[in-house]
Design a protein around this ligand. Structure first.
Ligand code: NAI
Length: 214
């Protein structure tokens, strides 16, 4: 059982553990020490032990970690086996790229519907899922009961739609719009993704490196 107060930074590292362990398992590695895993991941051995101790440990003194079972455990902690139903709103450039390139199934989700307000897009298929008119959203949610919405629409549209989506039973948002949902909705899980923020952080680190160069 995970401790109830696992920090956000530990949770943020879990998908990386999952990915590295998958690669190790695929390469035929059966067991690995925390030191070796740390070197490969650019972490410290004690950080890895501390992170995994939040969920019960999993390693054995003198043996290290069994790669396959740790991979399974991390997947289990992340809840990847669940297949939660997700809908994507906004079938523009970003929405299309996400629908086409994201492997939802391996991450615990099933993309069951795509919606847009542009009549020209209605009826087109993206990744085998037809784009439906946003006006069909209520009826669709009543029948299919999705619990996750992926927002790839402009800020103003997201501000209007988010409350309706919560009313339709959406419990979690993967939010690419530039509207900070988490501030307005309590009891709803929000994962905001801002590629621009990530680029700004790169900019900061480049500046820092330049300042520190002799
Ligand atoms: P886009 O203009 O290609 O697509 C937006 C789509 O949303 C259009 O198909 C439009 O018809 C649809 N739409 C607008 N209002 C709607 C509504 N009420 N209901 C249903 N569909 C609606 O734009 P793009 O490039 O796909 O970007 C989408 C949004 O994501 C933009 O607001 C942009 O600022 C944001 N964005 C965020 C990024 C991030 O890192 N978080 C990166 C890139 C874009």
């Amino acid at each position: 059982m995970p401790k109830s107060n696992v920090s956000a930074s530990v949770i943020r590292r879990l998908p990386r553990y999952y990915r590295f362990l998958r690669e190790l398992a695929d390469a035929g590695v059966e067991r690995i020490s925390s030191g070796d895993l740390a070197r490969r991941m650019g972490l410290t051995a004690s950080q890895i032990r501390q992170d995994l101790n939040c969920f019960g440990g999993f390693g054995q003194q003198g043996y290290g970690y069994n790669v396959r079972s740790l991979h399974e455990e991390v997947g289990h902690i992340l809840g990847l086996g669940k297949h939660r139903k997700a809908i994507l709103i906004g079938a523009g450039n970003l929405g299309r790229a996400i629908a086409q390139h994201m492997d939802f199934t391996s991450r615990g989700f099933e993309l069951v519907g795509i919606f847009d307000a542009n009549p020209e897009l209605i009826g087109r298929e993206i990744a085998g899922v037809p784009v439906q008119n946003i006006q069909a959203l209520y009826d669709f949610c009543s029948r299919k009961v999705p619990t996750v919405a992926i927002l790839c629409i402009p800020k103003e549209a997201a501000m209007k739609l988010a409350r309706e989506l919560v009313g339709m039973g959406i419990k979690g948002f993967w939010n690419f719009s530039h509207y900070d949902l988490a501030l307005d909705f309590k009891g709803i899980v929000v994962e905001n993704v801002h590629l621009g923020d990530s680029l700004s952080i790169l900019c900061y680190h480049l500046g820092e490196m330049e300042r520190n160069q002799p």
